[in-house]
Write a protein that binds this ligand. Sequence first.
Ligand SMILES: NC(=O)c1ccc[n+]([C@@H]2O[C@H](COP(=O)([O-])OP(=O)(O)OC[C@H]3O[C@@H](n4cnc5c(N)ncnc54)[C@H](OP(=O)(O)O)[C@@H]3O)[C@@H](O)[C@H]2O)c1
Length: 340
Amino acid sequence: MPPESNLRVLLQRRPEGAPRPADFAIAEGSRPEPLEGEVLIRHRFLSLDPYMRGRMSAAKSYAAPVELGDVMEGQCVGEVIASRHPGFAAGDKVLNGRGWQRFSTVKGEKLIKIEDDGTLPLSSYLGVLGMPGLTAWVGLEDIGQPKPGETVVVSAASGAVGQVVGQIAKQRGCKVVGIAGGKEKCHFVTEELGFDACLNHREDLASQLDAACPEGIDVYWENVGGAVQAAVFPRLRDFGRMVMCGMIAQYNEAPGADASGAPAGPNLGPVVRKRLRIQGFIVGDSGWPRYGAFRREMLGWINAGKLRWREDVVKGLENAPTAFIGLLEGRNFGKLVIEI
Ligand SMILES: NC(=O)c1ccc[n+]([C@@H]2O[C@H](COP(=O)([O-])OP(=O)(O)OC[C@H]3O[C@@H](n4cnc5c(N)ncnc54)[C@H](OP(=O)(O)O)[C@@H]3O)[C@@H](O)[C@H]2O)c1
C-alpha cells in the first residue's frame, strides 16, 4: 500500500455483544489537502480506549455514536506536514481527535500543540500525560480525595488509568492495593509501579481482599464492574468513596450482567448505613481546562523518577480492530496504542 495514501478504519456494522473484525472495514483513499485555517497531520500513534465500544453503539450516551461508514473516533498524536494556520508550522507535534486514520486535516483551533523537549515518547501524550492520566488525576482530586494512611483499591490496575491512579495515591501517602488479571500483571503492579499489593481477579478475590485490606477500603477506583465490583463493594468502610470511572467488564453485555453472567452489581443498601459516596465522572467534563496543573504535577513526579508507566504498542493501523477487541478481553498489558 503506498505510504502516502490515507489508510482508514471505518465502522462497518454495529456489534451485538463483543465486537468482531467484520464490524470494521479498512479503506484507502487519497491524502486530504488542508483548507485555509487548517493543518495537515500525519498521525504517528493512535490511542485505543474502552470508551470506543460505546461509540460503536447507537444506544443513548454522553457522546454521539460514530455513524456507519465513518472513520472510528479516537485521539492521535502526530506531526504537522503542512499548515495553513498561523499558529502551526511543519514539524509541530500535535494531539487531535480525528481517529483511526493515517492523515487528517484539522482546524488549528481544534488542535493541542505538544510543547515537549523530546525527552518523553510522543505516545506518552496518549497515556500517562494524556486523557487516561488526566482521568486518574481528576477523579482522585474531585471524588476519591485520598488521605494519608487510607487504603485505596484500584481495579484494572496495570492499565492506562489504573497504573496512574495507584501511583498518585501512593504519592498522597496511601496504602494502595491493585486488582489485575493474572500473575504477570500483578507482578508488574507491585514490583514496577510500587503498589503495596496486587490481587488476581481470576482467583478468589473476596478472600484476597480480606487478607490485603483487613481494616476495609476507604477509596475504591472502579474501572471494571461486574464480579470485581461485587467483591470490593461490601468491604468499603464508613465514609468510603467509590470513584465510578468505568465498568469495562459490562461494555459488551446487555445491561444487567457481566461476561461471566454475574449480577450487574452489589446490593447498594449499605450506601446509606456506611455514608458512602459513589460518583461517576467523565474526564471531558472538567479535565482539559486543568491540563496545565495536571501536567506540572505529573512531570514533577516523572522527572523525580517517582512515576512509571507501561505501554502496549501494536504496529500497523490495520491491526487496530484486533487490538481493540483484545482490550475488551484484557489482552493488553499497559496503555494500548497503535503505531501508525
Ligand atoms: N470516566 C472517564 O472519563 C474515563 C476515561 C478513561 C477511561 N475510563 C474507563 O476506565 C477504565 C479503564 O480504562 P483504560 O483505558 O485504563 O483501559 P486498560 O485498563 O488499559 O485496559 C482495559 C483492562 O480492563 C480489564 N478488563 C477488560 N475486560 C475485563 C473483564 N471482563 N473483567 C475484568 N477486567 C477486565 C483488563 O485488565 P485485567 O487483565 O487486569 O483484568 C484490561 O487490560 C475503563 O472502564 C474505561 O472505560 C473512563
